[in-house]
Design a protein around this ligand. Structure first.
Ligand SMILES: Cc1cc2nc3c(=O)[nH]c(=O)nc-3n(C[C@H](O)[C@H](O)[C@H](O)COP(=O)(O)O)c2cc1C
Length: 210
């Protein structure tokens, strides 16, 4: 039996992204978000247009999408009720958010320069995607404050420890342990793959041993 419900949130479980952007004074902002999906070389982001991040993306047109592993859950959680916006929007202040101009320090993460964009990468995250904004669209109804942001990933950095030995530029899915936000809670991926994937065999043909 199914029941018709009206959930407040529709995050069904997507990887957490720490998105770094540049503030107007040139300092870095770092914000957790999880409404993100990838296709080809693009990443689509869904964010509140009232966030400092979207303001920064609209002005600067650049970001780094840092993907934390499960082990970084405490760092992500430290950013949860922070905003780079000053003053804090009233709806966020009412929920307990505070302004934090030094988000990397607050999270305990290390900013390191990116190659092609100005915002820094978060060193401790195993995946860094340098990206440029292609389009920002308002989505939702009349009174919506939601934005859909299309970005193009222009450079990919992966922790070598996650790469498949001998193979091309493949991440080993058994080593990659993304942090997942499902509704408002943090999860990892459960242990081993459930069954051999046909897609993996078709898309990742074995490389002949040398
Ligand atoms: C794990 C996690 C996931 C989040 N996902 C989103 C999201 O997908 N979209 C969004 O607008 N806000 C999301 N938020 C809330 C933002 O992080 C929050 O609005 C934050 O204040 C943005 O920072 P900024 O104002 O400095 O840009 C998420 C928060 C957490 C902790």
């Amino acid at each position: 039996m199914h029941k018709v419900v009206r959930p407040k949130m529709l995050y069904f479980g997507t990887p957490v992204v720490l998105i770094s952007t540049l503030n107007p004074d040139g300092s870095p902002n770092l914000a957790p978000m999880s409404s993100a999906w990838w296709l080809g070389d693009t990443c689509q982001l869904g964010m509140s247009s009232r966030s400092r991040t979207v303001e920064n993306l609209a002005r600067e047109g650049e970001c780094v999408l840092n993907l934390p592993s499960q082990t970084l859950v405490a760092a992500v959680d430290r950013l949860a009720l922070l905003t780079g916006s000053d003053p804090v929007p009233p709806y966020k202040a009412a929920m307990g958010y505070r302004h934090e101009p030094r988000k990397f320090e607050a999270a305990g993460l290390t900013p390191v320069p990116a190659d092609l964009v100005k915002p820094p990468r978060a060193l401790e995250c195993p995946v860094h995607l340098e990206a440029r904004v292609r389009e920002i669209r308002r989505i939702g109804g009349e009174d919506s404050h939601l934005a859909a942001i299309e970005t193009q990933v222009v450079r990919v950095h992966i922790d070598e420890a996650l790469m498949m030995p001998r193979e091309g530029d493949y991440i080993d899915p058994q080593l990659w342990q993304p942090l997942i936000m499902s509704f408002c809670d943090f999860f990892g991926l459960g242990g081993t793959p459930l069954l051999p994937s046909r897609l993996a065999r078709a898309w990742r043909p074995p490389v002949a041993a040398s």
